[in-house]
Design a protein around this ligand. Structure first.
Ligand SMILES: [Cu+2]
Length: 169
């Protein structure tokens, strides 16, 4: 579902959506085969209805898993979204079947990969320099919690250096 307010918000951060970020060192071990690394969220303007969060997901298990969605105390809904550009128009949709995390592989939710966690129904505005709790729900691993640092508005990620081979879609 795309609403006008969402589209306005997409436009606000579409400017950095083409750029990639480097994996960081922070890691959360869940006690399951799923490891969440390098979580971050760009700060939102006051009153923004939604925020986005990014994280790298490693599956150290022998079975494929699927990221189904999540929850956060700061919002009413957390969904996995895929963003796509067609004929110059950015749109996004929720992955209703979830995002497959293949066994032994890592999947990055990052601007360059066109995946993000859409946090909607914000109860409070995430402020730069703070963290908020996010719990991701996986089909096999269950709930995996992570603390998400809030970076400046328009941030491209914890390591903002832009790789020379950043792909533009
Ligand atoms: Cu979205």
């Amino acid at each position: 579902m795309i609403t006008k307010s969402w589209m306005a918000w997409i436009a606000a951060w579409a400017g950095f959506a083409a750029f990639c970020c480097q994996p960081g060192q922070a890691a959360t071990t869940s006690g399951t085969s799923i490891v969440l690394k390098n979580p971050w969220s760009p700060a939102t303007p006051n009153g923004a209805p939604t925020a986005a969060a990014y994280v790298a997901i490693e599956n150290h298990g022998l079975n494929d898993d699927r990221l189904l969605g999540g929850s956060s105390p700061i919002a009413t809904k957390v969904e996995v979204h895929e963003m796509s550009m067609a004929h110059g128009v950015m749109s996004m949709h929720a992955l209703s079947d979830g995002l497959v995390i293949p066994a032994g592989k890592s999947v990055s939710l990052e601007p360059a990969a066109n995946y993000h966690l859409m946090i909607s129904g914000l109860k409070s505005t995430p402020k730069e320099g703070t963290e908020f709790k996010l719990t991701l729900r996986f089909a096999k691993a269950g709930d995996v919690p992570v603390e998400v640092p809030v970076l400046p508005i328009g941030s491209r990620g914890p390591a903002a250096a832009m790789p020379a081979n950043a792909k533009h879609h």
